[in-house]
Write a protein that binds this ligand. Structure first.
Ligand SMILES: Nc1ncnc2c1ncn2[C@@H]1O[C@H](COP(=O)(O)OP(=O)(O)O)[C@@H](O)[C@H]1O
Ligand SMILES: [Mg+2]
Length: 263
């Protein structure tokens, strides 16, 4: 579904991604963990083409996201039209919910299908109602974002992303801005999506969630993938010293009952 090959990305002098390669299969849930500043968000943004890349390539469902090969061995950036086409197939949920503040939950979810997919108002409404029900917010359809808790807003944001019928969902620390007691309701929605077979790439610091839901865990540090494995491997017997150090810091800094025991 997603294939990143030797992705390199610099911002000015700073090399943020240093040859990242990652394959995500259809239906797979991959969780990325790693310290702040290691390039996790940048990698997600490159997959969605919110950032361009310098070297390497990224394929989505067989199609190049970043560069197109042209005869003569050269390559050119993909066309704008193809980027829009790509983005509509990838749902993205950020740390901050980014809902339209002047629109109800229902209208927020209807907006994409109405303006981008061109469905009728009735269809958009039915779709939005069913998606709000799916994320447990059927009774909040007419609430404005300011009337919702952070966890509820984030669930609306997930429903809004799902309304575009994406092939893949990318989550960038979806619970990091939430009060601790609201984290679980959002993780549960993501967990449900995973069990329905949605292909997902999730950046999170919620190690208990990673352990439970991930098919594979990827540890990133300083712009590189340091280690990849099953949750069992990464959390119970991390191979790389940096992975071990990161996990023990995470456990020490957050006294969270959901974190697994790490040796
Ligand atoms: N648009 C940008 N311009 C300049 N530097 C950036 C930009 N976006 C991210 N960075 C830098 O790239 C590095 C990786 O950032 P990021 O991908 O956000 O890491 P993470 O999500 O793992 O915390 C950081 O040092 C950050 O300051
Ligand atoms: Mg980030």
């Amino acid at each position: 579904m997603i294939k990143a090959q030797d992705v390199n990305k610099t911002f000015g002098q700073l090399q943020v991604l240093k040859g990242v390669s990652l394959d995500i299969q259809l239906g797979e849930v991959v969780v990325i963990i790693g310290p702040s500043g290691s390039g996790k968000s940048t990698l997600l943004r490159c997959i969605n083409h919110l950032e361009s890349i310098d070297i390497g390539n990224i394929f989505f469902d067989g199609q190049s996201v970043a560069f197109q090969e042209i005869p003569g061995g050269n390559r050119i950036p993909v066309k704008r039209k193809d980027i829009y086409n790509l983005r509509r197939q990838i749902g993205m949920v950020f740390q901050r919910f980014n809902l339209f503040p002047h629109m109800t939950a229902l209208s927020n979810v209807m907006e994409g299908p109405l303006t981008v997919l061109g469905v009728t108002k009735g269809e958009a409404r039915r779709l939005a109602e069913s998606l709000l029900a799916k994320v447990g917010l059927a009774n909040k359809a007419n609430s404005y974002p300011s009337q919702l808790s952070g966890g509820q807003q984030q669930r609306v944001a997930i429903a809004r992303a799902l309304a575009m019928n994406p092939k893949v969902m990318l989550f960038d620390e979806p619970t990091s801005a939430l009060d601790p007691e609201l984290v679980g309701e959002v993780l549960n929605v993501i967990k449900d999506l995973a069990s329905e077979g949605m292909t997902m790439l999730v950046v999170t610091h919620e190690m208990g969630f990673a352990r439970e839901v991930a098919d594979r865990v990827v540890f990133m540090d300083e712009g590189m993938i340091i280690e990849t494995g099953t949750p069992e491997q990464i959390f119970s017997s991390p191979k790389h010293p940096r992975t071990r150090e990161f996990l023990s810091n995470v456990i020490r800094n957050y006294d969270n009952h959901s974190f697994p025991q790490v040796v």
